[in-house]
Write a protein that binds this ligand. Structure first.
Ligand code: 13P
Length: 304
């Protein structure tokens, strides 16, 4: 088998799916967070993705796609890391239309290993149409594409309805038949699904709040997995009850996105001491990899 350092992230995530394992992706809203994130992956021999989303250079302090790429080039270790462009929405959390094609093309030129288009605020037809465009341009460069269907809420500025009401109504959940059609027609490589997961709040007024403990509808996930067959992605990875997370890896979740869990400890200390804030990120990373996801050592197991 190919060494993991030489494997494409597309193959690594395929492998994770076939083994019921997961590749975690960690968001970097502040550039100095990248060092302890990479260090924790290397020290625990875990394979993971370093990620930045458009809202993190606009509303936080990750700078730009170039700055993230440059920092990554300094710190990367191909035995344990790849660089992913997270959420580039077609319509963003403030209802603005973005230059998503331009941003994603730029990321590919800059050397990002995988990209995400988020057309989840569009109609199914429009989401398929825009996602297909991005798949065509990314696949030309042999770069895998993550897409989203259904609404993983939480990034919007207004208050959310009570979580239990959301879960009980299934509002925004990915429709399994639509997911099947979406996967076939777009040829996206990975699909982000809504099955009870929500994003941690990012508006300035709410970003310090403790995130609600989410649950997952595992039966719903299993149906989507059966009908699509492609690796599925769980956004809003912070604060989901562990029993649901562990079950989701057996039902097609092959990538999990985590932001709030490492951002909040950093923000608490960043104005006191960046070094202390970095230590807090490192400690939280070790806890997540070892205790919450139980995937420490995954880089050694993924490719055998
Ligand atoms: P959390 O902030 O809830 O961990 O979600 C992260 C995420 O999904 C980024 O795409």
């Amino acid at each position: 088998m190919k060494k993991i350092s030489e494997a494409s992230v597309r193959d690594i995530i395929k492998k994770a799916k076939s083994k019921g394992m997961v590749v975690p992706g960690f968001n970097i809203p502040y550039l100095p967070m990248m060092k302890p994130v990479v260090q924790a992956l290397v020290d625990t021999k875990t394979f993971g993705l370093i990620m930045v989303a458009r809202l993190e250079w606009l509303k936080f302090q990750s700078g730009s796609m170039i700055q993230i790429r440059d920092e990554y080039e300094k710190l990367k270790n191909l035995n344990f890391t790849r660089l992913h462009l997270d959420h580039v929405p077609v319509i963003d959390e403030d209802n603005l239309v973005t230059e998503f094609e331009k941003i994603i093309s730029e990321a590919i030129e800059l050397g990002y290993n995988s990209v995400m288009i988020d057309g989840s605020r569009l109609s199914l037809e429009e989401n398929i149409k825009q996602t297909k465009k991005i798949v065509a341009l990314a696949h030309q460069a042999n770069i895998p594409v993550e897409a989203e269907l259904g609404a993983v809420l939480g990034h919007e500025a207004g208050p959310l309805p009570p979580y239990e009401d959301l879960f009980a109504s299934g509002k925004g959940f990915t429709d399994p038949e639509e997911a099947k059609q979406f996967a076939q027609e777009t040829q996206a490589d990975w699909l982000s699904v809504a099955i009870g997961n929500i994003h941690g709040a990012i508006s300035a007024a709410m970003r310090e709040q403790k995130k609600v403990e989410a649950r997952l509808d595992i039966a719903h996930l299993a149906t989507i997995n059966y009908l699509t067959g492609i690796p599925l992605v769980l956004h809003g990875g912070t604060g989901i009850r562990k029993e649901y997370i562990m079950q989701s890896f057996q039902q097609g979740i092959s990538k999990i996105n985590i932001a709030t869990a490492i951002r909040q400890p950093y923000e608490k200390l960043m104005n006191t001491s960046v070094k202390k804030a970095q230590e807090a990120v490192y400690n939280e990373m070790i806890h997540i990899l070892q205790n919450e996801l139980e995937i420490a050592g995954s880089a050694l197991k993924l490719m055998d």
